[in-house]
Design a protein around this ligand. Structure first.
Ligand code: DP6
Length: 322
């Protein structure tokens, strides 16, 4: 029996991935840009056991079945095909981010699983190959292979990987935990429904292509104000497209909207801060690291908050190490 353990952190997109060009290969409709956080890591161990009849997926000490187990099994099938073996595995994962609350647990989860499974099955993959592999589990996981900022390219299977982007400044994110409960509609289903039924989906895709080009330019220019404006606008456009689905889906709660308003006020008061939100009510404020305590103090009036800085990329954890 061979085993390996890997750790990865969630990431929050500044230019979002929302919609697929190919569901089998999990290719995104557009590229995206993110910051990997230094909080909420997922640590995953994969034990390959040639004598086991089935894969097992244990998340936070609970043996899982249904969709999470099925997604894990399908991901392991991809790794097994690459490694040329049928051997089953036990996957034991510890997630410190509230699962499925729109706080990017699938990003850290599949990035850690890609790293641990590749190592346990004896594959020697570079970061680019790991990013392509992680993408197959969950699109956003392609970006969590890298620490700091990352750009994930759209394109075909070969070309659709993430790579690091130089930090434009000393930035931080204040994560608000408006609701840590499981969301009603998964991002996978909501993404599908948006693409199939929202009349705003084509406009979302074309405007995101423009935002991505503008964001890359703003990163090169280290223009934080422009990066922030692109981030906030792109998030609100994504939520508008989602709300345009039939049946409609609304991820932002009244508290989320109040936080967006407060962030705008903080800007009027002179802080460099911008809001974004993934597929859930938890708003994340992007700000200058030196201003994170002031932003945190203001947003703590609405919800529990966590200050995050740019975090590390995927790493293998040695046996006995924590
Ligand atoms: C709103 O990566 O979870 O967080 O590829 O279907 O697993 P799948 O989707 P997932 O979607 C993330 C959506 C988002 C935006 C983003 O992270 O870019």
């Amino acid at each position: 029996m061979t085993q390996a353990t890997a750790q990865a952190h969630p990431n929050i997109a500044l230019v979002k991935y929302w919609g697929k060009r190919d569901t089998a290969l999990n290719l995104p409709a557009t590229g995206s840009v993110s910051m990997t956080l230094d909080v909420f890591p997922t640590t995953t161990t994969v034990q390959v056991d040639a004598s086991a009849a089935e894969d097992e997926f244990i998340l936070n000490d609970v043996l899982r079945d249904g969709v999470p187990a099925e997604r894990t099994r399908r991901f392991l099938d991809i790794v097994r095909a690459m490694a040329g073996t049928d051997a089953r595995a036990r996957v034991t994962s510890h997630n410190t981010v509230p699962s499925a609350a729109g706080l990017a647990s699938s990003a850290s989860g599949f990035a850690a699983l890609a790293g641990a499974a590749a190592a346990a099955y004896g594959l020697d993959l570079d970061d680019r190959q790991l990013s392509r592999l992680a993408r197959r589990g969950s699109g956003s996981a392609a970006r969590s292979i890298f620490g700091g900022f990352a750009l994930w390219h759209a394109g075909d299977d070969e070309e659709s990987f993430a790579e690091p982007l130089a930090a434009p400044a000393d930035l931080a994110m204040v994560v608000t935990i408006v609701d840590a409960g499981e969301k009603q509609v998964s991002s996978r289903e909501a993404m599908r429904r948006t693409a199939l039924t929202s009349p705003y989906y084509p406009a979302w895709v074309s405007s995101t292509e423009q935002s991505l080009a503008a964001a890359q330019e703003a990163f090169r220019d280290a223009d934080v104000a422009r990066i922030g404006r692109i981030t906030e606008t792109n998030a609100l456009r994504m939520h508008a497209a989602i709300q345009g689905s039939d049946p409609s889906i609304r991820y932002l709660s009244p508290t989320s909207v109040a936080i967006f308003d407060r962030v705008e006020q903080l800007r009027a008061e002179g802080l460099t801060v911008f809001a974004t939100a993934d597929a859930g009510p938890n708003v994340v404020a992007l700000c200058l690291a030196e201003e994170a305590p002031a932003v945190d103090a203001a947003l703590a009036a609405f919800a529990e908050t966590v200050i995050a800085h740019p975090g590390p990329g995927l790493r293998l954890v040695a046996e006995g190490e924590q």
